[in-house]
Design a protein around this ligand. Structure first.
Ligand code: AMP
Length: 280
């Protein structure tokens, strides 16, 4: 396994690999890896000649009041996990390497990035689409794997790839949960034992809403109201609990076939997200 810290090293390596006919799979991450990340890496490993994992806490997707500085980092551990899963290359640039000090170009998706996390984190998706574009140009992947844990991000990336004609396939990885149902996240590290227990209410609320909507699709509002109450009862601060058409991320209509019920909530100062996607 090779670790590249500079953009030039990665791009030269990737271009040479492509010229020699190799396929490249990319898994972008912010590090502090867990089984959710590893499931994406395993998908890439099964399909590509060369697997590249980026480990970069991307400053442009954090607002000034958010957790960029405290975001958990453990490169040694990440590298060991990647080695165990037969990753070929880790790309781990620092902030100065990734962005020129006067960088002034961004990639902006304007529809799917508006609701849900886009409403409470207005510059988040701009940071994501910009860094993913840069990673695509640097790693030259044939395909990239993204997790359904960040379902809106996955949809935004797919839209960007379609709209801007990137010759890259985007592959979904299933949302991986801990045994008790909590969606795995690097941010779970912030939770106290008590907060972690109370945070299970997010998944409970989503499952309750899913069951209620499937039983009576005409009463989505009631189902969402009850789901919020489940999280509030566990002393979580709800950012949103919404049910949207998975294709458009707009309010569901009579034509909606695929629904996403998504939630974001704070436990203590930690903001967690989760979702359930299902057919109506
Ligand atoms: P992050 O490091 O949190 O930015 O996530 C990097 C990639 O891993 C994204 O595509 C995430 O959707 C994915 N990911 C994070 N947590 C999970 C999980 N619990 N299950 C599946 N994929 C995940």
């Amino acid at each position: 396994m090779t670790v590249f810290k500079t953009k030039k090293e990665l791009q030269n390596f990737a271009l040479a690999a492509k010229r020699s006919g190799k396929t490249i799979g990319l898994v972008p991450t912010m590090g502090f890896l867990h089984a959710g990340h590893m499931s994406l890496i395993d998908i890439a490993r099964a399909k590509a000649d060369i697997v590249i994992v980026s480990v970069f806490v991307n400053p442009t997707q954090f607002a000034p009041n958010e957790d960029f500085d405290s975001y958990p980092r453990d490169f040694e551990r990440d590298a060991k996990m990647c080695e165990e899963h037969k990753v070929d290359v880790i790309f781990a640039p620092n902030r100065e390497e990734m962005y020129d000090a006067n960088a002034s170009t961004y990639v902006n998706e304007l529809m799917l990035s508006r609701p849900l996390c886009g409403a409470s984190r207005p510059t988040f998706f701009r940071g994501v689409t910009t860094v993913v574009t840069k990673l695509f140009h640097l790693a030259q992947p044939d395909f990239a794997v993204f997790g359904e844990k960040d379902a809106q991000q996955l949809l935004v990336i797919k839209r960007m790839v379609r709209d801007l004609d990137f010759p890259i396939e985007i592959i979904n990885g299933k949302l991986i949960r801990d045994e008790d149902g909590l969606a795995m996240s690097s941010r779970n590290r912030y939770l106290s034992a008590d907060e972690r227990k109370r945070a299970l209410s997010i998944h409970r609320a989503l499952l309750g809403a899913k069951a209620a909507i499937l039983a009576d699709p005409g009463k989505i509002d009631v189902a969402l109201h009850n789901a919020k109450a489940v999280i509030t009862a566990a002393e979580g601060r709800v950012d949103y609990v919404s049910a949207l058409d998975t294709e458009t991320l707009e309010e569901p209509t009579a034509k909606t076939k695929h629904l996403i019920v998504a939630a974001a909530a704070f436990f203590g100062t930690t903001r967690l997200i989760d979702n359930e996607m299902f057919d109506l």
